[in-house]
Each structure stands twice: as structure tokens, then as C-alpha cells.
Design a protein around this ligand. Structure first.
Ligand SMILES: C[S@@+](CC[C@H](N)C(=O)[O-])C[C@H]1O[C@@H](n2cnc3c(N)ncnc32)[C@H](O)[C@@H]1O
Length: 218
């Protein structure tokens, strides 16, 4: 069973001031967090200008890897304390308190939508909508880059549960194949995967213009 929104807010509000310290040498499912952020960012290493949205931005550690003089960074998070920490580090970021996928961004606003270690916080029954919302707010030819704790099969997830100390049964990690299907049905046509650490996968999906209807059959 996943955590309720209020429980999540409290968890991340409480964690905010020590978060950066705890991800310096993380253990458990977050092991190799820093390597994963860098490897994931490398999947769009040609990206150096445009408007970015980071969903579940936390203290800004993923977005930081995309900052150039030509990028404009927006961040969304349910935790005001995380946002405070982020704003202290990056006064130039445009931060919004809010809950994905309930968002008010206009269609085709962003060139790049990123998210790290947040997708599993979205309840499974809202994940299709989450993919559709990412597609909607991306400009044509924009990219989605989603990094998270994920598994290729239920078996590999169960294996991780058996070997990881302090496994949290309230976290509902996605399966790679399920998220792949959700992205395709949201309209993405180019979907590439990379395993960035033992328990981490990153997907890069490109929005090629408008979603096309299947050809008519006479
Ligand atoms: C594990 S932290 C990851 C933070 C950051 N992306 C990183 O990689 O360090 C998850 C973040 O997602 C936020 N979050 C959880 N559920 C969310 C939701 N539905 N919408 C927006 N943010 C959410 C939390 O408040 C927290 O800051």
C-alpha cells in the first residue's frame, strides 16, 4: 500500500534539511544515487538550452546537471521544506508547490521534463495520467527523462526486497515494461531505456510532434 499524500508531505518536509547529506553516500534502494543522476543526464547530453520542468525537484540535485546560461528551470514539489532548501541553493529556479499529475501548466510549455526518484510516489492508478500530462506539456520534439527505482520483473523486485536492508513496503516501484507501455500509449514514439544502477532505470522518451491518429481503413 502506498503512502497518502499528507504522509508523503510530512516525510519529505521532515527530511528536507538533511536530504543532501543523506544522499552523499546512500544505501539501500538509493545506492549509487549520484552515479544514476549523472548517467541519466548523459542520455540527453546535447540538451543545453530551453525550458525545463523537474517533477519532484526536491533539493534540485538532478536539475543542477542541466543548468546552463540558456536554460530556464521550473520545479514542482509537494514539500514546501524541500522547495525552501532548493531555492536557497538555486535562487534563479522557478519553484511551485503542487502535486503531480494535478498540474496547471499550459500545453507545449517545456522542452525537457525530468524527474528523479519521484515517479514511484505517484499512485499506480494515476501513472497513465502522469505520462499523458508529461506528453501534453512538452513542446513537439521535447524530451521526457524519468529516473527512478524500477525493476524489469516482479521476480527482480522480490529479489531486491530480500536483499535490501530497510526495504520500505509502502513504496510501489514501477516495472520497466509497464512504464514503457504507458509512455507509448500517451503518444511518445521514441522510448529508450538505460539501467543506471542495480536498482535504477532511466527512460528517455521523445515527443515527435502531435500525437497521430492511426491511419484510416477504407
Ligand atoms: C526521493 S525525493 C527526490 C528528490 C530529487 N528529485 C532527487 O533526485 O534528489 C522525492 C521528491 O518528490 C516529491 N514528491 C513526492 N510526490 C510528489 C508528487 N505527487 N508531486 C510532486 N512532487 C512529489 C517529494 O516531496 C520529494 O521532494
Amino acid at each position: 500500500m502506498g503512502r497518502k499524500l499528507e504522509e508523503n508531505k510530512e516525510l519529505f518536509n521532515t527530511w528536507a534539511t538533511t536530504y543532501d547529506q543523506s544522499v552523499k553516500k546512500p544505501t539501500g534502494v538509493l545506492e549509487d544515487y549520484n552515479t544514476s543522476l549523472k548517467t541519466a543526464a548523459g542520455m540527453v547530453d546535447h540538451f543545453n538550452s530551453g525550458r525545463i520542468l523537474d517533477i519532484g525537484i526536491g533539493t534540485g540535485n538532478f536539475t543542477e546537471l542541466f543548468v546552463t546560461p540558456e536554460t530556464e528551470v521550473h520545479g514542482l514539489d509537494i514539500s514546501d521544506e524541500m522547495l525552501k532548501e532548493c531555492q536557497k541553493k538555486f535562487p534563479q529556479f522557478h519553484l511551485t508547490l503542487g502535486e503531480f499529475p494535478n498540474i496547471k501548466y499550459q500545453n507545449e510549455t517545456f522542452d525537457l521534463v525530468i524527474s528523479s526518484f519521484c515517479f514511484h510516489e505517484i499512485p499506480p492508478n494515476q501513472r497513465n495520467e502522469a505520462c499523458r500530462e508529461i506528453y501534453r506539456i512538452l513542446k513537439p520534439n521535447g524530451y521526457a527523462l524519468l529516473l527512478d527505482i524500477m525493476f524489469v520483473s516482479t521476480q527482480s523486485r522480490n529479489q531486491a526486497e530480500a536483499e535490501v536492508e530497510n526495504w520500505d513496503p509502502s513504496e510501489e516501484y514501477a516495472l520497466v515494461g509497464d512504464l514503457n507501455d504507458m509512455l507509448l500509449s500517451a503518444g511518445f514514439s521514441n522510448v529508450f531505456w538505460r539501467q543506471t544502477a542495480k536498482y535504477h532505470w532511466c527512460v528517455c522518451a521523445k515527443k515527435n510532434g502531435e500525437k497521430e491518429d492511426p491511419p484510416f481503413k477504407e
